[in-house]
Design a protein around this ligand. Structure first.
Ligand SMILES: [Zn+2]
Length: 243
C-alpha cells in the first residue's frame, strides 16, 4: 500500500532540515524538485550536496571541463533558488567515474554532521536499469551507496572517521531517508501544486537541454506516479527510517 502524502489526506512528513545528495547537477531537479519545493514552501531549510560538478556533461569539443564546472554550478544554484532552497554544496569528486569510496563516504559524513538534516534524499543504489531503454548512470548508484553508508553507520559513530570529530563536530542521526528513482517505491508525494517550480528549476540547466526537450517526459513520469495516489502529478520514493 502506498503511503499517501497528498494535500487532502495527511499525514505528510514535515521535515525541518533536508539534504538532497546527488551525483550531478540536474539529477535532483529531475527526480525530487517538486517535493523539495513543497518542503521549502512549508518552511524547511533545503540544501543540495552534489558529489561532482557534472563537468563531463558536454560533447562540444570547444567546451572544457573547467568552464563547464563553473557553468553547471551556477545553473544548479539558480535551479535550487527556483524551489526556495538554501544552498548547494559541491564535493568536487570527478564526474563520470564516481565510486562509493571511503573518501566519498567521509565527505558525505562530514556534510551530514555539519548541516544536521532530519531528512536525507539520495538515489536508490540498487537501481541498475529501468524498463527496456534506461541504464542507470553508475555515478548515481555510487552516490546512493556512499550516502547510505554515511547515514548509517558513519555519521552516527565518532569512531569510524575520528578525524572528523576531533574539532567539535558531533555525530548526527538522520531520522528519515527518501530514496529517489527507487526500484520499489512506497511513498508518493503530491507535486501537482509545485510542478511549475520543478519545470522552472529544470529550465535553468541550459548547458544540458532545453526545457521543451524534457518537459513532456517529466510531466509523463509525474502523471504515472500521480495515478498511483489519484492526483495529477507525484514523485515516488522508498522511505527508510533507520533506527
Ligand atoms: Zn546524473
Amino acid at each position: 500500500m502506498p503511503y499517501y502524502s497528498g494535500e487532502e489526506k495527511p499525514p505528510i512528513d514535515r521535515p525541518q532540515r533536508v539534504m538532497v545528495i546527488m551525483a550531478h547537477p540536474d539529477d535532483a531537479d529531475f527526480t525530487v524538485a517538486g517535493t523539495v519545493a513543497r518542503w521549502a514552501q512549508a518552511g524547511a531549510a533545503c540544501i543540495y550536496v552534489l558529489c561532482t560538478d557534472g563537468n563531463k556533461g558536454s560533447d562540444d569539443p570547444a567546451m572544457t571541463p573547467e568552464r563547464l564546472a563553473i557553468i553547471r554550478r551556477e545553473e544548479q544554484r539558480r535551479a535550487l533558488r527556483q524551489l526556495g532552497g538554501q544552498d548547494v554544496w559541491f564535493l568536487g569528486f570527478e564526474d563520470g567515474v564516481l565510486e562509493p569510496t571511503l573518501a566519498l563516504r567521509r565527505a558525505l559524513t562530514e556534510a551530514i554532521c555539519r548541516f544536521r538534516p532530519d531528512t536525507v534524499v539520495c538515489p536508490d543504489p540498487t537501481m541498475r536499469w529501468a524498463g527496456d531503454e534506461y541504464i542507470n548512470h553508475p555515478d548515481h548508484r555510487a552516490a546512493g551507496e556512499a550516502a547510505l553508508a554515511a547515514i548509517f553507520p558513519s555519521a552516527r559513530n565518532r569512531h569510524i572517521f575520528p578525524e572528523l570529530f576531533a574539532n567539535g563536530l558531533a555525530p548526527h542521526a538522520v531520522a528519515t531517508v527518501y530514496l529517489s528513482a527507487a526500484l520499489q517505491p512506497d511513498t508518493y508525494i503530491d507535486i501537482t501544486a509545485t510542478m511549475d517550480r520543478k519545470l522552472a528549476a529544470l529550465a535553468e540547466h541550459r548547458s544540458q537541454f532545453r526545457l521543451e526537450e524534457v518537459e513532456p517526459f517529466v510531466r509523463q513520469w509525474g502523471e504515472q506516479n500521480g495515478a498511483v495516489i489519484g492526483v495529477r502529478y507525484a514523485e515516488a520514493f522508498k522511505v527508510i527510517r533507520p533506527r
